[in-house]
Write a protein that binds this ligand. Sequence first.
Ligand SMILES: [Zn+2]
Length: 328
Amino acid sequence: MGSFSQEKNINLAIAMKTGEYLTRNLDNVKVVYTRSDDSTVDLLDRPQIANRNKADLFISIHANWAKNKNVSGPETYIMGLAKDEDNLAVAMKENEVILLEEDYSTKYQGFDPKSPESYIIFTLMQNVYQKQSADLAMKIQTQFKERANRNDRGVRQAGFWVLFNTTMPSVLIETGFITHAEEEIYLNSEQGQDYLASAIFRACRDYINDIDNMSNFRVVDKETGKKEISVIEEPGNKDNNGIVFMVQVASASARAEIKSENFKGLTDIVEIYAQERYKYATGKFSEYAEAVKYRREIEEIYPDAFVIAIKDNKILPLQQALDLKKKK
Ligand SMILES: [Zn+2]
């Protein structure tokens, strides 16, 4: 605890402000709070709320404390095994709230937040979103440092229950130390909370923009009229059972204008409308292996690109296409 304030009040204030920034400034963003008042939510339930809502990001906001009253500055955590005592201590402090819950030993499968050995379970986690989580965490720390002028204590890893079992990129933010006299005042001030919340917001915005760029489109034209685009009319395809292989580089719910600026300089982009999405593909090959080779060539600019098969202007499951081709 700080000299005059409690962590939970700071957390809630910054979380609510972050949510306001996000909803006010970004289209198509929905913010789900695990709590919007002074209630408490079991640690176990917090990631589940995010999972149930199919959230794209999970952000847990906290304030830190330390014996050493000179320590100040925000830290952002991602799931992982703590590399040092300090990081483990932060996870232990945050996990300790489960001791206040009824039946915690059953609910948390015997997990003891105070025992370092208990933290082994977090190594069993699959780090599917590790890279994205780290990316978001980096962006948050950068904003804290550059825009909010805070002492950057970096991106760290430790075993937090709230980051366990989430099905999306997830971070836990320690916004600062309430045991540091000046920082406690900052964390409790309207201005400090605004700075921190807008820093988190900007990091999320940058993260979302990067993801959109990675999936390789910039929506220029929000045309709603669905038009089936005739893509492939390859003469001489007959000896290939009418199958061609292409490399899909992007997919979007809204149409993108086909021009090379929107596709990182690629010029031979075609649009395929399938399953209520506009897909954009490049290259046109009669052999699967050639398409794979091409995918590798553009991997640097389109790391998530993949090979698709097309027959009669429709996308065909790859295996089915390969089987059909064999039968020719
Ligand atoms: Zn906390």
